[in-house]
Design a protein around this ligand. Structure first.
Ligand code: APR
Length: 391
C-alpha cells in the first residue's frame, strides 16, 4: 500500500527533525523516513557546536530544555601559535551572543522524542531508494522490512545527507556543482577524557593544525591535520596523544589530560555546494545540499537554518496559499550557505597555513601571526570574526 502525507521528509538528522517538528506544531501532516534504527541515530557522534540563533529558535519551539540544562554556553576560543595563547572573546564582541556545546546525537534524541510526542509519523529502518515526479506530486520509493514501498507527498524534503537518495535522484544536468577537495584531511578523535580547556583551542603548528573541541565533562573531541587519505590505523593511541601534546604545547604550564580513545577516523576535507536547492516540489536541506569542512562548525547550523526556512515556506503554502517564500527557498539559503562556506574556507586556510602553496612557510607564518593578532584583538576585524563565528 502506498503512503501519503502533505510533506514526506527523507532523513531524520537535524534538518529533517527540525522541519518535522515545526510542521507538526502547525498541524501539517508529515512522514519522516529514516534509513537507520532509532538507537543508531541517537548514538552516532557528529557535530556539537550550536549557534546562538539556533538555540533561541529551538528554545522557542520547546526543543531546548535539555540543551539549556546540560549543554555548556561558550563565548570565547583560543588560537595557539608558536606556544602563545591568543584568546578571542567573540561573545562580547558580538553583543553577548554565544554558542552552546551540545552533541548532535543528543539534539537528535530530543527532537525524535518531541516529534513522536506530537503524533508525528516516523519510520525507522526505512531507506529511501529514489525520488521521482518532483514537478508534480513527488513519489519516494523506499524499502521497509524487505518490501519495496512508495510514499507520496505534495512536497518532498530531501534531508538525507550527502550520500542519501534525494541528491542522487536529481538529474545531473539540473544541478551546478561547486566543489573543492582540500589537500589535507583531519584525523578526528573522540576520547573519554575530560576537557583540558574551558574554550575551544585552535593550534596552528608548523607540522599541522591541532584542535581541542568540547563535548561534555567526560568526553572531548580532538583534531589533527594529516595527509588526505591517511588511514586511522596509522594513528596509534600513543601517536595521537604525543602529537596532540606537541602541537597544542604552550610556553606556560598547560597540560593535556588524556583518556581511552572511543573513536577515530580521517575526515575527508571537502567543500561542496549544489545549486539550486529546490527542484519543483523536491527541496534539499542540510548535507544533502551542501558540505562544509568542520572548520568553523557551520554544518549542523546550516542544516537547522535550511530546515527553518523550508518550514516557513511550507507553512505559507499550506496555510495561506502563498508560494513566494517556498519559491525563494533556494536563493535565500544559498546566500547563507556561501557566507558559511566563505568563513569556513578562510578559517581552514588560516589553520592549515596553505592559502597559497607557493608562499614560503616563514612568510606565511608571519601573515598568520598578523591575522591571529587582529582577530583576537578588539578592532573591526575581531568584531567581523566574532559575528561570522557565532552566526
Ligand atoms: N533514506 C532515509 N534516510 C537516509 C537515507 C536514505 N536513503 N540516507 C541517509 N539517511 C539518513 C541518515 O541516516 C541520517 O539520519 O538521513 C539523515 C541525515 O542526517 P545528517 O547526515 O545528520 O544530515 P543533516 O540533517 O543535513 O545534518 C547535517 O550532520 O554530518 C553532520 O556535519 C554535519 O552537522 C552537520 C549535520
Amino acid at each position: 500500500m502506498s503512503l501519503a502525507a502533505s510533506v514526506v521528509i527523507v532523513g531524520a538528522g537535524p534538518a529533517g527533525l527540525l522541519l518535522g517538528n515545526i510542521l507538526a506544531d502547525h498541524g501539517v501532516d508529515c512522514l519522516i523516513l529514516e534509513r537507520h534504527t532509532r538507537e543508531h541515530i541517537e548514538r552516532r557522534p557528529r557535530a556539537g557546536l550550536i549557534e546562538h540563533w539556533a538555540v533561541r529558535e529551538l528554545t522557542e519551539l520547546g526543543l531546548a530544555d535539555r540543551l539549556l540544562a546540560e549543554g555548556a554556553r561558550h563565548d570565547s576560543c583560543e588560537f595557539r601559535f608558536l606556544g602563545r595563547r591568543n584568546v578571542s572573546r567573540y561573545g562580547d564582541l558580538a553583543g553577548g551572543r554565544a554558542h552552546y556545546v551540545y552533541p548532535q546525537q543528543e539534539l537528535v534524541k530530543d527532537m525524535v522524542a518531541a516529534y513522536l510526542k506530537k503524533g508525528g509519523q516516523l519510520r525507522f529502518s526505512a531507506p529511501a531508494v529514489t525520488i521521482d515526479g518532483f514537478h508534480d506530486r513527488p513519489r519516494v520509493t523506499f524499502e521497509e522490512a524487505g518490501v519495496t514501498r512508495t510514499a507520496r507527498g505534495e512536497v518532498v524534503a530531501g534531508c538525507d545527507g550527502f550520500h542519501g537518495a534525494a541528491r542522487a535522484s536529481v538529474p545531473p544536468d539540473a544541478v551546478t556543482r561547486y566543489e573543492h577537495q582540500h589537500r589535507d584531511g583531519w584525523l578526528a578523535v573522540l576520547a573519554a577524557a575530560p576537557p583540558s580547556t574551558e574554550q575551544i583551542i585552535y593550534a596552528l603548528h608548523p607540522d599541522g593544525f591541532a584542535g581541542h573541541m568540547l563535548r561534555s565533562p567526560t568526553v572531548s573531541r580532538y583534531y589533527l591535520q594529516c595527509p588526505a587519505g591517511d588511514a586511522s590505523e596509522n594513528w596509534s593511541d600513543d601517536r595521537i596523544w604525543s602529537e596532540l601534546r606537541r602541537r597544542l604545547a604552550t610556553s606556560d604550564d598547560w597540560t593535556l589530560r588524556d583518556g581511552p580513545i572511543l573513536d577515530k577516523g580521517v575526515l575527508d576535507m571537502r567543500s561542496w555546494v549544489g545549486e539550486p536547492m529546490r527542484f519543483g516540489n523536491l527541496c534539499l536541506a542540510g548535507d544533502a545540499a551542501h558540505i562544509l569542512t568542520p572548520a568553523g562548525a557551520k554544518g549542523m547550523n546550516l542544516a537547522l537554518g535550511d530546515a527553518r526556512e523550508l518550514a516557513l515556506g511550507l507553512l505559507d503554502r499550506f496555510h495561506r496559499g502563498d508560494d513566494r517564500r517556498l519559491l525563494a527557498y533556494s536563493e535565500t539559503r544559498l546566500e547563507a550557505v556561501w557566507r558559511a562556506q566563505e568563513f569556513s574556507n578562510w578559517l581552514l586556510d588560516l589553520l592549515h597555513g596553505t592559502g597559497d602553496d607557493a608562499q614560503p612557510r616563514p612568510f606565511a607564518d608571519r601573515l598568520r601571526r598578523q591575522a591571529i593578532g587582529q582577530i583576537t584583538g578588539g578592532g573591526a576585524r575581531a568584531r567581523a570574526f566574532a559575528e561570522s563565528y557565532v552566526g
